[in-house]
Write a protein of this length. Structure first.
Length: 599
C-alpha cells in the first residue's frame, strides 16, 4: 500500500472517534456471525451421512429404509440454533455499522462545513460552487456507502476464508491444495485489477463534480442564457461534460464488474477438479458423501468471499477517490490566523488609514503597490473608476476578506491584523451589488445582521430603508417566505431588504457597493434620503458608477488598474480636469443638462 493511500485511510479513521466501542462490537459480532455460519456445513455433512448410511443399509440388507431420527433431530436442532444465532449477530453488526456510518458522515460533513467557513475568499473565487457541492454530498456519500456496505462484509469475508481454509485442511489436505491454488489465483487477479481501476474511479468523481458545477451554473443563469439565446450552446457544453462523465463512469463500472466473472470462472475450474478427485476418494473409501458435500461447501465459502472482497475493494476504490477529493478541501490553507494578543475596540469612531498598502491575488500579480489614504471619522468616501479598477478589492481589504502583502490598514489607530476578524467585521455594515437572500421569512432575512434585535427595531430599519410599505402589501407581511434566491420579490425590493439589513446592524462603518444600482429613480431618491440620515456620524465607503450619488462625498477616490490616480472633493476633481472630470462629463454632458446615465 503506497504512503498516500495509507495516509488517506488513516485520516478517514480519525472520524471514528467516539465510535470505537461500537467498532469493537461490530468486529466481535461479525466474527461470531461468520464463525457460526462456517460450522454449519459439518453438521449438514453429518445429516447427509446419516441418510446415506440408512440407504446403504437398506439396500445391502433388503430392508425398509430407516434413519435414526433422534440423531437427525439433534443435528437439525444444532443447525437451526447456528442459523438463528448467526442471523442475530449479523443483524446486530449491520445495525451498529449503520449507526457508525451515519455518525462518521455527520462528522465529515460538519468538518467540511467548518473548513469552508475558515477558508479565504480566494478559494471560492477559484473553485466552482457545483464542485464544492459535489464534494460535500456525492463524495461523502460514496465514502459512507463503502463503510456501510464494506466494513463488516470485509471482516466477514476474511473470517469466512480463514475458517473455510482451516476446515478444508481438516477434511482433506489433498483437495485443499486445489482450493488454495484457486483462491491464490483469484486473490492475485483481484489485487491487480483493483489497482488498475483506481484512476477510473478518481476520474469519475472529478467528472461528477464538473457536471454538478455545470448544472448549478445553468440553473442560476437561466435568465441570461435565455436572453442571449444560448440554450443550444449551453446544452452542447453540458453534453460534452456529460459525455466525459459517461466515459469515466463506464470505465469504472467495467473495471469494477469484470473482476467477479473472472473469479467465478477460476472457481468453476477449481470445483470441477475437486469434484473429480472427490469421486475417486469416495470410491476408494477415503471420504464419505457427507464430508465431500461439506468440503465443497467450504470451497464455496472460501471462493465466494474472494468475489465479495473484489466487489468491496472496487467500492473502496471509489470511496478512496472520493476521500482524496474530500481531503483536497480539508488540506486547503485556512485564512491567516488572528493575532495572538487581539485588540478590542469597544467604541469605534471610524478613523481609517491605508499606509503603503501592497496587495495582489498572487505574488506574481500585484494589483496595488502603494496605497495611502487618510479618512476621518464620519467622512463619506466615494470610490469610482472603470470596471476592474480595484474599487471592491479596496473595501475587501478593509474587512480582511483578503490579506495584504505589505503596509498596514488601521481603524482608530489599531492595525486590523491585531483584531479578530469577527471583532473587525462587527464594525461594518454592507450593502452589496449582488443581493443575497436566503429561503426564510422577510423578517428573518432583515434580522440576519442582528438576530437579537426586537421586532420594533426590525420595523424601524425597514421604514428607514423605505421597505415597510411594500412588505405590508404582501399577503403575509413580514412573515412572507422568500424563495432561496428571493425570486418572489423584485430586484429593487431585494435591494431595499438588504439596505434594511445594514441599517439594523447599526454599524460604525458602512460599505455601499452599488447600493442603489438596482432600483428605479423614484425609489433611489427615497433610499438616498434614508442613506444620508444613516451615514450621519458614520464613516461610509460608497462604490457607485452613478456619480449623482457621490457629489456630496467628503472625499472621492478615483482608481484605475489598482492605483489611486486622483482624490479630492467633487469640485476639486472637476477643477483638475483629469480622469474624474472626463468621467463626469460623459455622464452629464447631454445638451448641457445633468440627465444621468450609467457609466
Amino acid at each position: 500500500m503506497d504512503k498516500k493511500k495509507k495516509g488517506t485511510i488513516l485520516r478517514l479513521f480519525t472520524y471514528f472517534k467516539g465510535s470505537r466501542l461500537k467498532l469493537a462490537l461490530i468486529i466481535v459480532t461479525t466474527i461470531l456471525s461468520a464463525a457460526l455460519f462456517i460450522v454449519s456445513p459439518i453438521f449438514l455433512g453429518k445429516a447427509l451421512d446419516q441418510l446415506a448410511n440408512g440407504i446403504k443399509t437398506s439396500v445391502l440388507n433388503g430392508t425398509r429404509f430407516q434413519v435414526n431420527w433422534d440423531t437427525m433431530g439433534n443435528i437439525f436442532g444444532i443447525l437451526l440454533t447456528l442459523y438463528v444465532l448467526s442471523f442475530i449477530t449479523n443483524y446486530l453488526a449491520n445495525y451498529l455499522m449503520a449507526t457508525v456510518t451515519e455518525t462518521v458522515t455527520l462528522n465529515m460533513r460538519s468538518s467540511l462545513m467548518d473548513k469552508l467557513n475558515r477558508l479565504p475568499l480566494r478559494f471560492f473565487d477559484a473553485t466552482e460552487r457545483g464542485d464544492i457541492l459535489s464534494r460535500a454530498t456525492n463524495d461523502v456519500e460514496k465514502i459512507a456507502d463503502a463503510l456501510r456496505e464494506g466494513f463488516n462484509r470485509l471482516i466477514a469475508s476474511v473470517i469466512s476464508i480463514i475458517g473455510a481454509i482451516a476446515m478444508m485442511l481438516y477434511i482433506s489436505p489433498t483437495l485443499s491444495i486445489v482450493a488454495f491454488l484457486t483462491i491464490g489465483i483469484a486473490t492475485v487477479l483481484t489485487v491487480i485489477l483493483s489497482g488498475k481501476s483506481r484512476k477510473y474511479f478518481f476520474n469519475y468523481q472529478t467528472s461528477m463534480g464538473e457536471l454538478n458545477a455545470a448544472v448549478e451554473e445553468t440553473f442560476t443563469g437561466q435568465l441570461v442564457i435565455k436572453a442571449f439565446n444560448q440554450e443550444d450552446a449551453t446544452l452542447e457544453e453540458f453534453r460534452k461534460i456529460n459525455g466525459e462523465l459517461y466515459q469515466h463512469s463506464t470505465s469504472s463500472q467495467i473495471a469494477q464488474y469484470i473482476v467477479s466473472p473472472c473469479i467465478r470462472l477460476i472457481n468453476n475450474f477449481g470445483y470441477t477438479i475437486i469434484a473429480a478427485l472427490s469421486v475417486i476418494n469416495i470410491i476408494q473409501g477415503r471420504m464419505t458423501i457427507g464430508t465431500v458435500q461439506a468440503f465443497i461447501q467450504y470451497a464455496d465459502k472460501s471462493s465466494e468471499p474472494v468475489i465479495e472482497c473484489s466487489q468491496i475493494i472496487s467500492s473502496m476504490q471509489s470511496a478512496f477517490a472520493a476521500s482524496i477529493r474530500y481531503f483536497q478541501i480539508m488540506d486547503e490553507l485556512d485564512e491567516v490566523p488572528d493575532h495572538v494578543s487581539l485588540e478590542v475596540l469597544p467604541e469605534t469612531k471610524g478613523d481609517v488609514r491605508f499606509e503603503h498598502v501592497r496587495f495582489g491575488y498572487s505574488d506574481d500579480h500585484i494589483l496595488m503597490k502603494d496605497i495611502n489614504i487618510e479618512i476621518n471619522a464620519g467622512d463619506r468616501i466615494a470610490i469610482v473608476g472603470p470596471t476592474g479598477a480595484g474599487k471592491t478589492t479596496l473595501v475587501n481589504l478593509l474587512m480582511r476578506f483578503y490579506e495584504i502583502q505589505g503596509g498596514s490598514i488601521k481603524i482608530d489607530g489599531v492595525d486590523i491584523k491585531s483584531m479578530s476578524r469577527a471583532e473587525l467585521r462587527s464594525k461594518f455594515g454592507m450593502v452589496l451589488q449582488d443581493t443575497w437572500l436566503f429561503g426564510g421569512s422577510i423578517k428573518d432575512n432583515i434580522a440576519y445582521s442582528n438576530f437579537d434585535a426586537p421586532e420594533e427595531a426590525v420595523i424601524a430599519a425597514t421604514k428607514s430603508a423605505r421597505a415597510d410599505h411594500f412588505i405590508r402589501t404582501l399577503p403575509e407581511g413580514y412573515q412572507t417566505t422568500l424563495t432561496e434566491d428571493g425570486s418572489n420579490v423584485s430586484q429593487g425590493q431585494k435591494q431595499l431588504l438588504t439596505i434594511a439589513r445594514a441599517i439594523l446592524a447599526d454599524p460604525a462603518i458602512l460599505i455601499l457597493d452599488e447600493a442603489t444600482s438596482s432600483v428605479d429613480t423614484r425609489t433611489e431618491a427615497e433610499i438616498q434620503k434614508a442613506m444620508n440620515n444613516l451615514m450621519k456620524g458614520r464613516t461610509s465607503f460608497i462604490i457607485a458608477h452613478k456619480l449623482s450619488t457621490i457629489r456630496d462625498a467628503d472625499l472621492i477616490i478615483v482608481m484605475d488598474h489598482g492605483t489611486i490616480i486622483e482624490q479630492g472633493s467633487h469640485e476639486e476633481l472637476l477643477t483638475k480636469q483629469g480622469f474624474y472630470e472626463k468621467l463626469y462629463n460623459s455622464q452629464f454632458a447631454h445638451s448641457g443638462s445633468e440627465e444621468e446615465q450609467t457609466a
